[in-house]
Design a protein around this ligand. Structure first.
Ligand code: FE2
Length: 116
């Protein structure tokens, strides 16, 4: 169903992705603060560039996950819009059929019919 802003309520996937985002942020923060970098560099200083490149990739990975979440939200919103459009059409179709049925009933239930 549609929410207040026309968006659907969070799906199980959206909630799982947001949960992943929280854990990923903590994971990256831990690696950046006191993770493998100092230990690796103490044993293998020549891997400095690789360590810096991998740590620098955290930001890009976080932004990419946010983009995935936003795509999921946009798809859900579009899905809600489609459901609303279909519900509106079904309502119109029901009213149309009801009016036709009433018209036929009126036409055949008067004896004789007064012209109006
Ligand atoms: Fe990492």
């Amino acid at each position: 169903m549609a929410g207040p802003a026309g968006t659907a309520h969070p799906s199980a996937l959206a909630e799982a992705l947001r949960g992943l985002q929280v854990r990923l942020t903590e994971h990256f923060r831990g690696e950046e603060r006191d993770g493998y970098g100092p230990a690796v560099l103490a044993r293998a200083p020549h891997l400095d560039r690789k360590v810096r490149a991998l740590l620098a990739e955290h930001g890009d990975l976080a932004r990419a996950l946010e983009a995935v979440i936003r795509k999921e939200e946009a798809a859900r919103s579009a899905d809600a819009g489609l459901r609303q459009a279909l519900a509106t059409w079904l309502g119109r179709m029901r009213r149309h059929e009801s009016e036709e049925n009433q018209l036929v009933e009126d036409a055949f239930n008067c004896e004789p019919c007064a012209g109006d």
